[in-house]
Design a protein. Sequence first.
Length: 273
Amino acid sequence: MSGPLTGKVALVTGAARGQGRSHALRLAEDGADIIAVDICGQIDTVHYPMSNPADLDETVAEVEKLDRRIVARQADVRDAATLNKVVAEGIAELGRIDIIVANAGIACQSVRESDDLQTFLDTVAVNLTGVYNTVHAAVDKLIEQGSGSIILTGSTQALSGRGGNGSGAQDGYTASKHGVTGLMRTWSYWLAPKGIRVNTVNPTGVDSPMVNNDVIAEWLEQDPDAAGVLANHMPVPVVAPRDISAAVAWLASDESRYVTGVALPVDAGFLIK
């Protein structure tokens, strides 16, 4: 298979399911080989079921059906030492790294009993510190090669305060995603002279297991203001993972070779409402 990313290798975190799997598959369709990383386990403050090893196995099978190589490892993006190790293994096996998609994230919004402070800390640790760890696990190789594209998963909440309610879950999510925007901006300044681009893709709600689950449904049902506050301006409740993957694939390709430092919304009009 040949495509715009043929000969390139992409690291994708949170790759076992949802947006991460979709990104891995789209990049593979475009010719890239994949380093797939996912926690494949539960975090106590996350009330919906998280990914498991079978999910990551499915991503592997789907990528291999596309006749692309894939190195898949279980690792928690909060654990820099382990993440460094598994990314190094992937680079050693596949020979290089060209694209980093720091996608792993959690959303702990729930009406169930939870520790607000711990929820805040866990959300920031995964969504912000995990992005920092992911990029630093591979950026030296991009610098050595003198090229590359880094794509961070932001959110409409990275560019808006809509839906704020003072909870550890919402505060942590909004703060962490704003922080991702800050990392993108400082990294794009740092890395542009080295031939490396850094951007965020900023989705509205996506039809993925992080959003489409009983816990979020319960939260929306018991908080009648939440659905209205989080609504898109276009008449769609959520977008599909492939809609975000299309933006990721463009940012990864040479079609966007002079695009850096950009927060790209794929939001069905959320931010103009």
